[in-house]
Design a protein around this ligand. Sequence first.
Ligand SMILES: C[S@@+](CC[C@H](N)C(=O)[O-])C[C@H]1O[C@@H](n2cnc3c(N)ncnc32)[C@H](O)[C@@H]1O
Length: 209
Amino acid sequence: MSFTEKFVKQCRKPSGRFGKFVARAMNFGHTGIRRWGLSHTSINPDAIILDIGCGGGKTVQEMALRTPDGKVYGIDYSEDMVQLSKKVNEFFIKKGLVEVRYGTVSSMPFADNTFDLVTAFESYYFWPNLIDDLKEIKRVLKPDGTLIIANEVYKDDKFEKRNTKWAKLIDMQLHTPDEYKEFLSEAGYRFVEIDKISQKNWITATAIK
Ligand SMILES: C[S@@+](CC[C@H](N)C(=O)[O-])C[C@H]1O[C@@H](n2cnc3c(N)ncnc32)[C@H](O)[C@@H]1O
């Protein structure tokens, strides 16, 4: 297996020393998608936010910088990512501004109507029951809360060869922009907007509870 294949295979559930290396690389490599995705919403200083599939914790950290009167939670189903996110966010955790928990998107350890904003960067590809998982996110969002899903890959003929190779390698689900709209509506979100950067194959879905 090539280094690139070994690297990509870690993206589903990074673990071990190499997984932590990959997650740190993603912390850096996902700067563009993170900033573009977050540009689709405003973040109040007192916002309560959840990042699902927080990986190496950089998105949690960037959002914590913007919420001095709020709190940012991260959740991941890889124990090693929980550990790494905690390390990366040690400063904010000590100040009580960040909390990182182990858990899966399908059943989250949070009460109903908790969050103003829920984000998921490069994570939805791996969720086991998309519609039910989106309903679970809706449960923890406050009324009028926002969900942002941002990904560097979506189903598009222009990128089919590359995307099919990756999807097979790590069993990744991909959808067209219309399908994003359909599954978010089916999960019960009342406002759904899709934005794309077609030449890069990037997508951001914004949905309001
Ligand atoms: C490609 S990495 C992206 C990490 C980070 N969001 C970033 O942008 O760098 C995907 C992350 O989602 C997590 N993940 C995948 N499926 C998950 C699930 N069902 N529940 C919680 N976390 C999940 C993985 O463990 C991994 O840390």
